[in-house]
Design a protein around this ligand. Structure first.
Ligand code: 13P
Length: 247
């Protein structure tokens, strides 16, 4: 499977930093065997468009509804109109800070698919849940409910243990790989044979220094990168090792 590396800029950046990123990215060598995606804050989507060589565009969120009186929301069709091919849904920050349930995440993933995008559906356990050894059950529960309305060809799963996000505590390659194997089994149960083609990417303190060892794991198909994706060079370094050695 071709590596997939997605930049999630969260609520960072400015018009100037976006222009700098585009400029720097386009000076870096083209990458082979990897798909790259940038998910900037929505106001920057239009100015990025297709200006970054080889980079697809994605939204960080989308509304579950198609249109109407939903102040502050952005529909999947609006993202598509700006060139987005991906939408992150159910990020742990959306789940914990904005109360998004699995049912909401499922509706958002469905709405992204109807508009023609791939939904990057995020799952992951908290530190408490891992310490209680409930992580596998929690993640399988999230998958079962968040993907309830999805078709296999419309989704990417991002495993992001909450305790590894923005903390500098990456899951070890063994921890990540073993959870990805559990996720693959769950996807095969939910989607049958087509579950084997759903990319499963890892997120949580991925950096140039730890990306290669994560990508060497059998069950890790790419990464969802937060902090380290804000710098074109470091994102390029991460993406450059995602293509190597993958089948
Ligand atoms: P960090 O890479 O900053 O830990 O963020 C991970 C993340 O939440 C990406 O969606």
């Amino acid at each position: 499977m071709t590596g997939l590396v997605i930049a999630n800029w969260k609520m960072h950046g400015s018009t100037a930093s976006v222009m700098d990123f585009i400029d720097q990215w386009n000076r870096l060598p083209a990458l082979a065997d990897v798909r790259t995606v940038v998910c900037p804050p929505h106001p920057y989507l239009a100015s990025i468009g297709d200006r970054m060589a080889g980079m697809a565009l994605g939204g960080q969120n989308c509304a579950e509804q198609t249109e109407g009186a939903f102040t502050g929301e952005v529909s999947a069709a609006m993202l598509v109109a700006l060139g987005c091919r991906y939408a992150i849904v159910g990020h742990s920050e959306r789940r914990s800070l904005y109360g998004e349930s699995d049912a909401v995440v499922a509706a958002k993933a469905a709405s992204a698919a109807v508009a023609g995008m791939t939904a990057v559906v995020c799952v992951g356990e908290s530190l408490d849940e891992r310490q209680r050894e409930e992580h596998e059950a929690v993640v399988c529960g999230q998958l079962s409910a968040s993907l309830a309305l999805a078709e296999a060809e419309d989704i990417v799963v991002a495993y992001e243990p909450v305790w590894a996000i923005g903390t500098g505590h990456t899951a070890t390659p063994a921890q990540a790989d073993s959870m990805h194997a559990v996720i693959r089994t769950q996807l095969l149960q939910q989607f049958g044979d087509s579950g084997k083609n759903i990319p499963i990417i890892y997120g949580g303190s991925v950096k140039p220094g730890n990306a290669a060892e994560l990508f060497q794991c059998d069950h890790i198909d790419g990464a969802l990168v937060g902090g380290a994706s804000l710098d074109a060079n470091s994102f390029w370094q991460i993406a450059s090792v995602a293509g190597t050695g993958r089948t």
